[in-house]
Design a binder for this molecule. Structure first.
Ligand code: S3P
Ligand code: PEP
Length: 426
């Protein structure tokens, strides 16, 4: 797919689709609740559809209409053995969260996904689940999917996680629903807390204090009505576009601004960006706002430490933004970027360099010297949706033509991305 420099400022309003993390969880927790869970603004991205497909195979009836998803939950002990391998597609979130649930089931499950999933690290969940007594193995013995999970008795543990990962934390907490006692997870920095917030609404006994989340088993979960807020990780592309295409002014409606997800807004502010939050709404634990983004000059900054988990999926777009900022931007403490759908440090450095950027890979991030004009290039997305969307935006402020290979991968998290972009970029 080809992109060229925007010929005019970007003007208009965009409503981005539902949050991927929250959509996954609504199906999973809805399946484990008794009664029906009704979800509106559900993200129909390929990853969340993988989650739906897995739970259907586990015996859960899920109805999809134009406006809503209805999950006919069967309670914590209501899942049934699948007749074949579960397919998690490209979704790390599906893989890791469902593994925690499957560890507590009285049947054996095998699960597998695409090539990217088969190279993503699963030892980070195999280790804590095994410590809880789970019988989980990497079938090829390489610490990756395919995984096999057999029935076993689970024990509550306190787990000190080395990584700030909501997938690891959620996996352990979900297994904790089936343990014989209390389970808690402490992480080095607080990662997104959608599991804690949503599970509590469903009736779980779950609490958070600082970077520790604790679950006490024994409660039943009850079906809920969930309105999924817009995904800030998807809004990120329009935020960046509005900031780097001169003269632009974009209103992005109904974006989730949970403090464990809003790091991009904080970093943009540090870079001197003009972003105003309007119509703030506290929601049901998941706050939202409309974001008014205006183009203007940006300057470099340092991004590291506790902010990293709050913008982990937005770091590719931060690296792109940094190319249009004066001075140096340092992204550090972001080793996790290496184990996403692609190695996002290498892939960003390679592709930005091809466009003329001055960028260096480090062990845990990137250093970007901003202010050097970019030009079009052939960009290999490595079938990573975040990379494809980042470069579609970068192209809008770069000379000449940019071609993105595998551009269709945006369907993972944002199927209508190019249509929404073309409404703004004429
Ligand atoms: O829990 C979640 O929904 C997610 C957690 C993050 O992954 P990690 O937990 O691996 O950091 C993030 O990158 C992913 O897109 C979604
Ligand atoms: C890393 C991501 O997702 P997952 O881990 O669910 O594949 C992402 O969406 O950027």
């Amino acid at each position: 797919m080809k992109f060229t420099k925007a010929s005019a400022p970007l003007k208009g309003t965009v409503t981005i689709p539902g949050d991927k993390s929250i959509s996954h969880r609504s199906v999973m927790f809805g399946a484990l609740a008794d009664g029906t869970t009704k979800v509106t603004n559900f993200l129909r991205g390929a990853d969340c559809l993988s989650t739906i497909a897995c739970f259907r195979k586990l015996g859960i009836e899920i109805e999809e209409t134009l406006d809503e998803i209805l999950i006919r939950g069967k309670g914590i002990h209501g899942l049934t053995a699948p007749d074949s391998m579960l397919d998690v597609g490209n979704s790390g979130t599906t893989t890791r969260l469902i593994s925690g649930i499957l560890a507590g089931q009285p049947f054996t499950t095998e699960l597998n996904g695409d090539e990217s999933i088969q190279s993503r690290p699963m030892k980070r969940i195999i280790a804590p689940l095994s410590q809880m007594g789970a019988d989980i193995e990497s079938i090829r013995g390489n610490g990756c999917a395919p995984l096999r999970i057999r029935q076993s008795q689970l024990y509550g543990i306190h787990y000190q996680s080395k990584v700030a990962s909501a997938q690891v934390k959620s996996c352990i907490l979900l297994a904790g629903l089936y343990a014989d006692g209390t389970t808690s997870v402490t992480e080095p920095y607080l990662s997104r807390n959608h599991t804690e917030i949503m599970l509590k609404h469903f009736g779980a006994q779950i609490t958070s204090k600082g970077t520790t989340a604790t679950i006490v088993p024994g409660s039943e979960l009850h079906g809920q009505e969930i309105e999924v807020p817009g995904d800030i990780s998807s809004a990120a592309y329009f935020i960046a576009a509005g900031l780097i295409v001169p003269g632009s002014e974009i209103l992005i409606k109904n974006v989730g601004i949970n403090p464990t997800r809003d790091g991009l807004l904080r970093v943009c502010k540090d870079m001197g960006a003009d972003i105003t939050l309007l119509n703030k709404n506290l929601g049901n634990g998941e706050p939202t706002a409309d974001l008014l983004v205006r183009a203007g000059s940006l300057h470099g900054t340092t991004v590291g430490g506790a902010v990293i988990p709050t913008l982990i999926d937005e770091l590719p777009v931060v690296a792109a933004l940094a190319c249009f900022a004066e001075g140096t931007t340092v992204i550090k403490d972001a080793q996790e970027l290496k184990v996403k759908e692609s190695n996002r440090i290498d892939v960003m450095v390679q592709n930005l360099t091809a466009m003329g950027a001055h960028v260096t890979a480090t062990d845990d991030g990137m250093i970007i010297e901003g202010g050097h004009p970019l030009h079009g290039a052939v960009i290999d997305s490595k079938l990573d949706h975040r990379i494809a969307m980042t470069f579609a935006i970068t192209a809008l402020a770069s000379d000449g033509e940019t071609e993105i290979t595998g551009a269709d991968c945006v369907k993972i998290s944002y199927p209508g991305f190019y249509e929404d972009l073309s409404m703004l970029a004429k």
